[in-house]
Design a protein around this ligand. Structure first.
Ligand SMILES: NC(=O)c1ccc[n+]([C@@H]2O[C@H](COP(=O)([O-])OP(=O)(O)OC[C@H]3O[C@@H](n4cnc5c(N)ncnc54)[C@H](OP(=O)(O)O)[C@@H]3O)[C@@H](O)[C@H]2O)c1
Length: 285
């Protein structure tokens, strides 16, 4: 069991969306929350909310997780100012949402840097202290796109498949070397949020667009119970079994479920990641 009360939880991309919900929930359970985000103003707003939500003083830092040096520098600042991180939630993410030939090289690179490579840098920064302390928990926010390829999401799916593999390797490696450090990977289908604004589902009973609040609740429950994997809805977890089918059957089933048309109505687009000044603590304006 991972305790949340009085523990330090660092959430990347914690100023908005699922990260913000997780921050509010864990603050309410008595955690000391540390937020990292690109957006200093949104971070300051979320810090204000966190002060109302729980007893511990939250901290926020502007950090572009795609920038390895910023990650290491900001991690050092966090260690100095907030102490050891007990629970690391790698949540920051971005989506291009274009067909492969419409993606610029920079967009593809950014997807891999934010959704995949950043996890290597943050885990390298915080895992050694967890191993030394004899406790810790690393949470990987992946996606249903980590187990299924989707038309219009080549860079996103590639980045999430990669991070799913990263988590799995890390999990088994830790079981051999430091079994007291737990891992949880979370693979949700589309969530009603700005990241995938406009996407649609064909069978909303089978594959509903998820509610942010419900997803955050499930993630907190999984952390507390040390669950290694969370698929939302559960059906997503059965997708790998379907791979025994010939690819043409599999593609046909995926088309029937409307998976490869989901992005046709997508409008949510993130602006490019501007470089930010590293590791400055964010104060409310
Ligand atoms: N929404 C969905 O349908 C869905 C489904 C499955 C999985 N997920 C995953 O869930 C996670 C959270 O998504 P969400 O829906 O909460 O999205 P969101 O509302 O866009 O939140 C993502 C947060 O990450 C921040 N961020 C982006 N790039 C960053 C960087 N380089 N460094 C630091 N922070 C960065 C964003 O800051 P800015 O606002 O400044 O960009 C934003 O605050 C992502 O990993 C996403 O892939 C989402």
């Amino acid at each position: 069991m991972t305790q949340i009360a009085h523990k330090t939880i660092l959430i990347t991309g914690g100023a908005s969306g699922i990260g913000r919900r997780l921050a509010l929930k864990t603050a309410g359970l008595g955690a000391r929350v540390v937020l990292w985000d690109l957006d200093g103003e949104a971070t300051a707003r979320t810090l204000d909310e966190l002060r109302q939500a729980g007893p511990e003083e939250p901290r926020g830092y502007r950090c572009n997780v795609a920038d390895r040096d910023q990650v290491y520098e900001t991690a050092e600042t966090v260690r100095r100012e907030a102490g050891r991180v007990d629970i690391l939630v790698n949540n920051a993410g971005c989506v291009t949402g274009k067909r492969l030939l419409d993606c610029t090289d920079e967009e593809i690179q950014r997807s891999m840097e934010v959704n995949t490579l950043a996890h290597f840098w943050t885990v390298k920064a915080f895992l050694p202290a967890m191993i030394e302390a004899g406790a810790g928990h690393i949470v990987t926010i992946a996606s249903a796109a980590a187990v299924v390829g989707v038309a219009g999401l080549a860079d996103y799916c590639a980045s999430k498949w990669a991070v799913f593999g990263f988590n799995e390797s890390l999990r088994v490696e830790l079981k051999q070397t430091a079994p007291w450090v737990k891992t949880t990977v979370v693979c949700p289908f589309f969530i009603r949020s700005r990241m995938f604004e406009g996407v649609r589902t064909r069978f909303s009973r089978l594959l509903p667009i998820l509610d942010e609040e419900v997803v955050a609740d499930r993630i907190v429950g999984a952390i507390c119970r040390d669950r290694a994997q969370v698929f939302l809805p559960r059906l997503v977890g059965f997708v790998p079994l379907l791979r025994v089918m010939p690819a043409c059957w599999y593609d046909g089933l995926s088309n029937l479920l409307g998976i490869n048309r989901a992005m046709d109505t997508f409008v949510g687009q993130h602006a490019g990641a501007a470089p930010v000044e590293a590791n400055k603590e964010t104060r409310p304006q």
